[in-house]
Structure formats: structure tokens, C-alpha cells
Design a binder for this molecule. Structure first.
Ligand code: FAD
Length: 538
């Protein structure tokens, strides 16, 4: 079992961190949920938090991680723990809440409600969340082919999980994957060489993909070059005549983390596919889908940070060194409070961004916020997580480095969200692209400035952003710009959740802040109790 066996509280070891109420023990989450319009969901979130925080779920996560999927012919065999997580997440609606709640009322908080669930699940097991997020996001691209969407949707709207290897048309529930990345280019999908040939109403596809995760999905959205240019296709595992489609799994990648999830190198030979959207409009067709997967990367990284922080605080409350509990040692207290500030800021930022997604259909400013701030928040939260988890791991000393505890797995997991769905530079460039394509970034910045205006350093940071925007060579400053915007967006989001944390965060981060790259340098002694009690009640 996770964090058991070797640990004996009688020997100055912290007790196992299991049977946790993931919602009830997380005050920042509760505040963010309420601030972003999902108050009515609190009871359901509490139930989910208690369920996913159970000791047996932690044990299943450990098993899913060590019993990695294996390839047998064109079939991937997963450990039962992986299937259990798929069934649990689909029962909770993580793959479809966006689509089943939409339109229920004016501005339904479906993204916020889903994000709160996704964030808690990310604290337990991350690998299975890849097909869950791809399934929900693929719906956005399928919107370009309404006839196909109508056929697919009933099988996504259910909350069951059906892992059987047979045609999607005969199944009660399906999952969807994505095949974009090729050997010669992932960020630059225009270099795709996979070819699509028209054959009456359908297409035949030949080529390969260098990464295609969750290869047992029932169908994939695939980019390929058709006569009219790069085009999006729906490629099922089975042809309509019932035969297995020409989609062959060559190899499963041996990955640093995300090990319960399979990621394959694949080959297409005369593979049957249906076009999604127009020929030559492939990138446009997948744009909204990619926004959603990027949002999920940020939510998931916020969850990983939370999981690491909670374990670090828990350990420090129980472990004594030099006759004092770690949590009472001034240096450690500073480190933990500093970590807690970033964890709460990351959560507040992603939840406020989800609110923008909820309101985008009826509010132009919120739509602009969603477009501009998705790469910003994805960049900042996902890139903050690895260093954050490393510091939290160190709080546990040697135990942090050992696989009996969750920190080692979280550490291996943390970098992937920054790499896939648009790596750091690509996010910084995507922000510039959003500006060039007419998004009113100044309007968004003015809104953020208003929301953060009385926080220390906010006015100076906004001034810095305006100067960067006026620069003649913006690309050189793209990372500086995206970092500054993220810090302002996080400050504004913390103000929005009304916790009193915003000013503490901005003081140590905005306008150069304390100026140190590692955690623990900000002078937080006066506020540490407030910050840590919010993070995890004693
Ligand atoms: C575990 C895992 C699972 C994956 N699953 C899938 C999947 O299911 N489907 C799928 O399609 N793909 C998948 N991918 C691929 C992933 O999306 C790509 O690896 C990612 O988009 C980066 O592409 P690349 O590897 O080709 O790197 P490159 O595009 O070569 O990028 C390398 C580096 O260059 C930077 N860079 C790129 N362009 C610029 C520029 N103009 N200026 C400055 N810097 C730049 C990037 O930020 C990056 O740091 C997966 C990857 C991983 C690790």
C-alpha cells in the first residue's frame, strides 16, 4: 500500500496520508468553486472527494503505475486498475460534463464543476486521464461534421465504460484519441506527411504517427494531407464491414511518467476514415479541441501540485527534527507557505479560466479571456509543477524519493503536461498568435488590472506588460510576457475567490517579487499560519 509498511508513526514517521477528503480538506478549492459559480455542486464534490481520497484508490493508482500496459499484436493489455479508473472517471462524467450540462441554464458552470472533479482525480491517478480528456475535447472538433457528431454523441453522453475491442457503432460507450504528431514534427503539424486519398464518400489513409496515446480508443481524430491540404479525419479501429481497420500499433513508448497510459507509435495502411470539416481546414478544425486539452493540462497540473503540497504539509506536521516538528521550523514553514501560495494561485487561475469558458458563448470579454489566457495559464501552471513537486518531495527528505510514497510518482508525472498539447515556447507563441489574429489582449489586460488593482506590485507588473507589448520584437520577449500575464491573471483570480491570499501572493511574485528562483525565500513568517491552515487544516 502507498506510504505504509516501512512507515511507523512510533518511530517519528508520518502516518500514511490516505483516506483523505479531497474536497473537505481543500479550502482553496471550495472558495474557487463558490467564486466561480458552482456553489450548488458542493455536496456532489464532497462525495467525489471522499471517494477518490480513499486508501484503496491510492493503492489502485500505485498498481496502475507499476503494471504498465503491454502490446500484444494490435491490442494493448492494461492492468485491471487502469480499467477501474476509466470506469470511475466516466461514471463521474469527466469525459462529457461539458457537453451534457451545456445549455442547462444561463452560464451553467459546467467547466468549473468538471474542473473541480478533474483536479481531485488528478491527485490520485493521471495516466487514465489522457483518454478521458481526449474524448471530451474531440467533441469540439467533431462539431465541424454535424452528421457524424449526431451519431457519436449518444455514445459519449453515457456514463458507462465499455473497453470491448469491437466496432464503435455497436458499443454503448466509446472513447476517442488523437493522432497529430509525426516523427518529423509535432508542434509544426503542417509537416505531416501522412496522406489521405478520397474513395467515394470516405478516405483511405497511409502513413504513420510518432505518438498516439490511448491506442485502444474506439476512434481517433487524425491529421493527414488530402488533395486540398491538411485535413482532420475520424479513424475508427474497425471498418464499417466489421473488419479491423488498417491501424497498426508498432510499439509502446517507455515513458518517464504517465505510465498507466499507453502511448504508441502507429502505422496506417489503407486505413478507412471519414473527413471531419473541410479539406485543407485541419488546423482550424482542431483549434477548439486543442484549447480544451490545454485547459485540462493546466487543471491536472494544479491537481498534481495540490497532491504534492498536501503530503509535504502532512509530513511536516508529524515529523520532528532537532526537538521540533518540521512545520514549526522557521525555514521549513517558509518553504511550505511559499509552496502553498503557488498551489492556491494555480488552482484559482485555472478555475477562473474555466469560468471564462462557461461564459464565453454569451460574453465577448470572457471569450477573449478564454482564448488569450488558455496558453498563458497552461504555460505557467504546467511549467511550475515540476519544480514545485521537486521541492515538496524534498520536504519528505529521503522518503520523498522512494516509490512507497506518492511523491516519486508525482515527480515523474509532472513534466508531461508542459510538453504535450503545446510545449512552453509554443504556448508563448500561441499567445502572440492570438493577439495577431485580432484578440483584444488590451481589453483582457485592463480587466485583469481592474481586478488586481489594489494588490502590491500589480500596477508595476501591468506597466511592464504594456512596455513588453510595445516592443518591436515581441517574439524575443514572449516568455517574459507570458510569465507576467500569468502572474497578473493568478493575482486577479485569487482576488476573485476572496481569500485574502491575493496580496500575499502578489507581494512576493509581482514586479520581480523576492527575486529568488527557489521556494522558501519570501518572508512569509507573519502569514504562514493563515496560508497553511487554508491549504490543509491541522
Ligand atoms: C507521453 C506523450 C503522449 C503523447 N500523446 C500524443 C497523442 O496522443 N497524439 C499526438 O498527436 N501527440 C502526442 N504526443 C506528442 C506531443 O504532443 C508532442 O511531443 C509535442 O506536441 C511536441 O512536439 P515534438 O515532440 O514534435 O517536439 P518539437 O515540435 O520538435 O518541439 C521541440 C521543442 O521546440 C520548441 N519549439 C517548437 N516550435 C518552436 C518555435 N517556433 N520557436 C521556438 N521553440 C519552438 C517546443 O516548445 C519544444 O520545446 C505525446 C507526447 C508525449 C510525451
Amino acid at each position: 500500500m502507498t506510504h505504509a509498511g516501512a512507515s511507523d508513526p512510533g518511530l517519528n514517521q508520518s502516518p500514511p496520508f490516505v483516506d483523505i477528503d479531497l474536497f473537505g480538506s481543500d479550502r482553496p478549492l471550495r472558495d474557487a468553486v463558490i467564486a466561480n459559480g458552482a456553489r450548488d455542486d458542493i455536496d456532489a464534490l464532497g462525495q467525489l472527494g471522499r471517494h477518490w481520497g480513499r486508501a484503496d484508490m491510492a493503492e489502485l493508482a500505485r498498481l496502475a503505475d507499476i503494471h504498465v500496459p503491454r502490446l500484444e499484436g494490435d491490442i494493448v493489455i492494461y492492468h485491471p486498475a487502469y480499467h477501474r479508473f476509466m470506469a470511475e472517471s466516466m461514471a463521474a462524467g469527466l469525459h462529457n460534463l461539458t457537453w451534457t450540462n451545456a445549455g442547462a441554464a444561463a452560464g451553467p458552470p459546467s467547466e468549473v464543476a468538471r474542473a473541480a472533479r478533474f483536479y481531485m482525480v488528478a491527485q490520485v491517478e493521471n495516466g487514465h486521464m489522457c483518454p478521458v480528456t481526449m474524448t471530451r475535447a474531440a467533441v469540439a472538433a467533431l462539431g465541424a461534421s454535424p452528421d457524424l457528431l449526431v451519431r457519436v454523441m449518444p455514445k459519449i453522453q453515457t456514463r458507462t465504460y465499455d473497453p470491448a475491442f469491437r466496432s464503435w457503432t455497436g458499443k454503448s460507450a466509446i472513447t476517442l484519441g488523437m493522432g497529430m504528431t509525426e516523427r518529423q514534427g509535432g508542434s509544426d503539424v503542417r509537416t505531416n506527411t501522412t496522406r489521405a486519398h478520397r474513395d467515394g464518400d470516405i478516405y483511405r489513409i497511409d502513413g504513420d504517427k510518432w505518438f498516439m496515446s490511448a491506442p485502444m480508443s474506439d476512434a481517433f481524430l487524425v491529421l493527414a494531407q488530402a488533395a486540398g491540404g491538411l485535413t482532420c479525419f475520424f479513424m475508427p479501429r474497425f471498418r464499417p464491414d466489421g473488419g479491423v481497420n488498417g491501424l497498426h500499433l508498432l510499439k509502446l513508448k517507455d515513458k518517464l511518467g504517465n505510465r498507466s497510459n499507453a502511448s504508441a507509435e502507429v502505422e496506417f495502411r489503407n486505413a478507412y476514415a471519414i473527413r471531419v470539416g473541410e479539406e485543407g481546414r485541419g488546423i482550424r478544425t482542431i483549434l477548439q479541441m486543442v484549447q480544451l486539452t490545454r485547459l485540462d493540462c493546466a487543471i491536472s497540473s494544479a491537481g498534481i501540485m495540490r497532491a504534492a503540497l498536501a503530503r509535504a504539509v502532512h509530513h511536516a506536521r508529524h515529523r520532528a527534527v532537532f526537538q521540533r516538528k518540521l512545520i514549526d521550523q522557521p525555514v521549513m514553514r517558509n518553504v511550505l507557505a511559499d509552496l502553498a501560495l503557488d498551489a492556491e494561485a494555480a488552482l484559482a487561475a485555472v478555475m477562473r479560466l474555466c469560468r471564462s469558458f462557461d461564459l464565453a458563448a454569451t460574453d465577448a470579454l470572457e471569450a477573449a479571456r478564454a482564448r488569450v489566457l488558455t496558453p498563458v495559464i497552461k504555460y505557467w501552471v504546467c511549467k511550475t509543477a515540476p519544480a514545485f513537486v521537486y521541492e515538496a518531495m524534498e520536504c519528505l527528505g529521503g522518503n520523498g524519493y522512494v516509490e512507497d510514497y506518492a511523491l516519486a510518482r508525482l515527480y515523474r508525472e509532472a513534466p508531461v503536461n508542459a510538453i504535450w498539447e503545446g510545449s512552453g515556447n509554443v504556448m508563448a507563441l500561441d499567445l502572440l498568435r492570438a493577439m495577431r489574429s485580432g484578440e483584444d489582449i488590451h481589453h483582457v489586460i485592463r480587466a485583469l488590472a481592474d481586478e488586481a488593482n489594489d494588490c502590491p506590485g500589480a500596477a508595476e507588473e501591468i506597466g511592464r506588460i504594456e512596455r513588453l507589448l510595445a516592443s518591436s520584437d515581441l517574439e524575443i520577449h514572449a516568455r517574459r510576457l507570458i510569465e507576467s500575464l500569468a502572474l497578473i491573471a493568478a493575482t486577479a483570480a485569487l482576488r476573485n475567490s476572496g481569500s485574502g491570499i491575493a496580496a500575499i501572493f502578489s507581494q512576493s511574485r509581482l514586479n520581480g517579487g523576492i527575486g529568488c528562483r527557489n521556494y522558501g525565500a519570501a518572508p512569509l513568517a507573519a502569514v504562514a499560519s493563515q496560508v497553511l491552515e487554508r491549504a490543509l487544516p491541522d
